[in-house]
Every structure is written in structure tokens, then in C-alpha cells.
Design a protein around this ligand. Structure first.
Ligand code: GLA
Length: 329
């Protein structure tokens, strides 16, 4: 029987596709993601027990103590994401209530559409749904996104940037979200109805154990030599002795430029230019940043041959996942 202080809660959070601006967020660069019509939903009731009892439709049951100390050690592994969020919310002073419920998702896992960030933001929204209004309204989307980013670091050890969590926390359907990852300023960029953004699943991947962390380390190395990449110029890049570091830096600097140019192009209706910038972004990720694969390159080239396709690129962390396509309506 339900006691009077038990509350029924249903919250959800979408996945995201990144239109342009990959491997720029962890150096404070520009990104342009967009939420997709795929969601992770948490539904259940609050309880008086000091534990979250969750049943995932894809991964089975999990128990997370509300005072969990080491989310990174919890089993099963998927529980580390909600556990990380509970720990980070507690650290922000948000009271955590016991909860029992289900987690279901239409965001494909390992597809580069940020299923983990969707789970994190849904968990944070479930936590916030149980607290008094004055606490809920005192926490901004940016704080929630940062807490969820820390939760992701704790859960996976992957030193991801802020793009996924912030785009999901603040995204609005029908618009892309331009994020300056240094200031965390957000500008909504409506996508004109002459075009549409599509994503296409190519192959599953995980960033855990991938070369993602190596790319983050190389960027730190570059910044130690020439200063912040977000302010660096082509002349700064030429000062780097190593060909590898020059190529990594060239991707980040040119990608920041492409994000700005894409926003200008799509806003002024120059959809052909917008498409070309996406394709250039893919080639930069493939040649200079080396985060693509032959299969992803082939998928992009094949999409570009389809009628109405203006541009295509791999989206997200890379090494597989989805491609994103700009298509004429
Ligand atoms: C992953 C990370 C993001 C971002 C992208 C690449 O999705 O979680 O922070 O770095 O890769 O743009």
C-alpha cells in the first residue's frame, strides 16, 4: 500500500546528435548539437528506504544506496551512471529520497547519441522531481549538466567534455544548441524547414578504452606549448614541432571556425555551404584527428551520393556510432 508521502514520478531526457563541432568541447570550443526524438524515461515512486531500486528494460535490475560513496565500483556497471548522479546531487546539497522504479529507453546504446548522458539527465530530473520547489528552481540546467558530466567521469573514467550533458539539459526540439564550452553560453539556432537533420546508425562503439582519452591528453600537451586552443591561430600551429600535434591542433582550430561558419550559413539560408562545412568537418576528423574508421568514411561517402544530401559527417566521440546528414526537404 502506498503511504501519503510517496510520490509518483515520471521524467525523461532525450538523446542528442551533434550537427557540427566534434572534439572541441574539452578545450572550451564551440559545438552545435541538437536533441533527437528518442528518450530515456524513469518512472516510479519515492520510498522511505535509503536506496534507489531501478529496473532497466535493457540492462536488468540495480540497487543504488542514496549515500553511495564509490559509484565507480557499483555493479552492475550501468548503475554507475545513476549512482554518479546521486552522489553529485548530494554534493550540491540536494536532498535524495528513496525511489523505486523503471528505466526505459529508445536511445540506442553505443550509437554516439549520448544514451549515457540521457540516463544521467533523466536521473537528475527524477531527483529534482522529489525536492521542494525552492530547491528545484535554485539549480540551473548548467549546474545539472556539470554534475552529470562529473558523474560520467566517475562512472566511466572517460574524460568527456560538457557537450552531451548540457545539450540534453537545455535542448529544445527543432533548434540546434550553439554552446560555447568555455563560458557555457547557449544560443538556440532554429533549423530552417528547407532542410532536415537526420542520423543514421552505422556501428556500435564505446568510448571506454578508446583513443578518446588520448585525444584529450594531446590537446592538453598542445595547450601547454601554444596556449588555449580556442584562441590559437594557424601561425601558433606552425610553431609545433610534431606533425601529429600540428594535425590534432589543426582539427580543433578549424572545427571551431566551421561551427561559426555553419551557424552563419544555416541562419542566412545558405544550406549548400552548411552541408559542405559538415563534410569538411568529417574529413578533418578522419585525416587530422583520426577518430573515424573506414566504415564510417564509407557511410559518409555513400550518404553524400544520395539525392538531396547536402553534407554528412560522423557525429560524437567517433570510432563508430552514427553519421549525421543534412538533407534538403
Ligand atoms: C563524446 C563526449 C563529448 C564530446 C564528443 C566529441 O560524445 O562525451 O564530450 O567530446 O565525444 O565531440
Amino acid at each position: 500500500m502506498r503511504t501519503t508521502d510517496e510520490r509518483v514520478i515520471t521524467v525523461r531526457a532525450p538523446g542528442r546528435v551533434n550537427i557540427i563541432g566534434d572534439h572541441t568541447d574539452y578545450t572550451g570550443g564551440l559545438v552545435l548539437p541538437m536533441v533527437v526524438d528518442l528518450h530515456t524515461t524513469i518512472t516510479g515512486t519515492t520510498t522511505r528506504e535509503p536506496v534507489w531500486v531501478l529496473e532497466s528494460d535493457t540492462h536488468g535490475p540495480a540497487r543504488v544506496p542514496i549515500d553511495v560513496e564509490r559509484p565507480d565500483r557499483l555493479m552492475p556497471e550501468w548503475a554507475r551512471y545513476p549512482a554518479g548522479v546521486l552522489a553529485e546531487c548530494r554534493a550540491l546539497g540536494i536532498p535524495i529520497t528513496g525511489f523505486t522504479g523503471t528505466v526505459s529507453t529508445t536511445v540506442p546504446i553505443g550509437a554516439g547519441l549520448s544514451s549515457s548522458a540521457a540516463l544521467e539527465i533523466a536521473t537528475a530530473r527524477a531527483v529534482l522531481a522529489t525536492v521542494p520547489d525552492d530547491i528545484r528552481t535554485s539549480v540551473s540546467d548548467t549546474e545539472i549538466a556539470r554534475a552529470c558530466q562529473r558523474a560520467e567521469h566517475a562512472a566511466t573514467g572517460v574524460p568527456c567534455g560538457i557537450m552531451d550533458q548540457l545539450s540534453i539539459a537545455s535542448g529544445v526540439s527543432g533548434s540546434a544548441t550553439l554552446i560555447d564550452c568555455a563560458t557555457l553560453d547557449i544560443v538556440l539556432v532554429p533549423i530552417p524547414d528547407t532542410v532536415r537533420i537526420e542520423h543514421r546508425f552505422i556501428t556500435a562503439r564505446t568510448l571506454v578504452g578508446s583513443e578518446y582519452a588520448d585525444r584529450v591528453d594531446r590537446c592538453r600537451e598542445i595547450e601547454a606549448l601554444i596556449g588555449p586552443l580556442k584562441h590559437a591561430s594557424d601561425i601558433d600551429v606552425d610553431r609545433l614541432d610534431s606533425d601529429l600535434l600540428r594535425r590534432r591542433a589543426r582539427h580543433v582550430i578549424s572545427e571551431n571556425r566551421r561551427v561559426r561558419a555553419f551557424v552563419d550559413a544555416i541562419t542566412s539560408g545558405d544550406v549548400e555551404l552548411a552541408g559542405r562545412l559538415m563534410t569538411e568537418s568529417h574529413r578533418s576528423l578522419a585525416d587530422d584527428y583520426e577518430t573515424s574508421t573506414q566504415q564510417m568514411d564509407a557511410a559518409v561517402e555513400s550518404a553524400l551520393r544520395e539525392p538531396g544530401v547536402l553534407g554528412a559527417r560522423m557525429t560524437g566521440g567517433g570510432f563508430g556510432g552514427c553519421i549525421v546528414i543534412l538533407r534538403r526537404n
